[in-house]
Ligand binder design. Structure first.
Ligand code: F6P
Length: 320
């Protein structure tokens, strides 16, 4: 029976990571396991920034955004020598297994460690919702709520001035934040990696909304890395009846107290991770399908393709 496990957060922080840490710590302790907090992701693991946690170490953290363990990106963890250094460090603490919370880079690190004999479980912690082995990642729901609060405010001022608000949201190479925030705020146009970027079509659509539909304002939600939002707003001013304004929401999307949904999701997933480790398994990652907590081999998960969002894009367009 496993006696000591570690928990770390890696990659971009996400609201709900703390709830997942709390669940791992308390679920481990409840099963008679010692739990160690590994600070600053794989960087802290290699450097030995590791501290034993008690039940009280995670009191009152559920409601807090960010991650109490800190996080970092360590590209060097792709190097097998660095992975072995990590394994040695864990062994020096007697840690036999680790729960790694983060995105797919975090999963790759967890798999590399498992392959050298340290059982690891990946939990999907990222606002981007870009992990195919789960319907929803920890942090996505909270980020969405933050985004729609901002869009609702921008709508008020846009409508007052006959403006078009171009709102850039995060998501890395995944359009889910743009799509879901666009649907939930009634955005006129959503631009995302899945949807593609056709400037002429966007300008034509806005002209149609202005002239034929007599719209007082328009909301364009655009995923980061598609184009320069300021430039698009300028083109909108020059080529349509709307005056364009750009707002880049940036890191505000990553902060804040997690939503109830993210807290419950993180809690269920954290507990499941410990259960899998207790059963002697490693190299797995936890997800949610429907309302069921499931898990897969990390290798299989990394090769999964994301479910198409085509029907959701069509739905949004039908309703505008
Ligand atoms: O993965 C989360 C995320 O916020 C992405 O949406 C974004 O592209 C990236 O991280 C930003 O990274 P950083 O905080 O390092 O600038």
């Amino acid at each position: 029976m496993i006696k000591k496990i570690g928990v770390l957060t890696s990659g971009g922080d996400a609201p709900g990571m703390n709830a997942a840490i709390r669940a791992v710590v308390r679920s481990g302790i409840a099963r008679g396991i010692e739990v160690y907090g590994i600070y600053d992701g794989y960087k802290g693991l290699v450097e030995g920034h590791i501290v034993k946690m008690e039940r009280s170490s995670v009191s009152d953290i559920m409601i807090r955004g960010g991650t109490i363990l800190g996080t970092a990106r360590l590209p060097e963890f792709k190097d097998p020598k660095v992975v072995l250094e990590g394994k040695k460090m864990l062994e020096s603490f007697g840690i036999e297994a680790v729960v790694c919370i983060g995105g797919d880079g975090t999963y790759r690190g967890a798999l590399a460690l498992t392959n050298v004999g340290i059982n690891c479980i990946g939990l999907p912690g990222t606002i981007d919702n870009d992990i195919s082995s789960t319907d929803q990642t920890i942090g996505f729901d909270t980020a969405l709520n933050t985004v729609i609060e901002a869009i609702d405010k921008l709508r008020d001022t846009s409508a007052s001035h006959h403006r078009c608000s171009v709102i850039e949201v995060m998501g890395n190479h995944c359009g889910d934040i743009a799509l879901y925030s666009g649907i939930s705020s009634g955005a006129e146009i959503i631009i995302s990696p899945e949807k593609g970027y056709d400037e002429a079509e966007i300008l034509e659509r806005l002209n149609e909304l202005d002239v034929k539909r007599n719209k007082r304002h328009a909301i364009v939600v655009i995923s980061e890395k598609m184009t320069d939002a300021e430039l698009l707003a300028k083109k909108i001013s020059e080529n349509t009846g709307f005056s364009g304004r750009a707002t880049v929401l940036g890191h505000i999307q990553r902060g804040g107290s997690p939503s109830a949904y993210d807290r419950v999701l993180a809690t269920r997933m954290g507990d499941k991770a410990v259960e899998i480790l207790v059963n002697g398994e490693g190299g797995k990652c936890v997800g949610i399908r429907g309302n069921e907590i499931v898990y897969y081999d990390i290798e299989e998960a990394l090769n999964m393709t994301k479910k198409s969002r085509k029907s959701l894009y069509e739905l949004q367009e039908r309703l505008i």
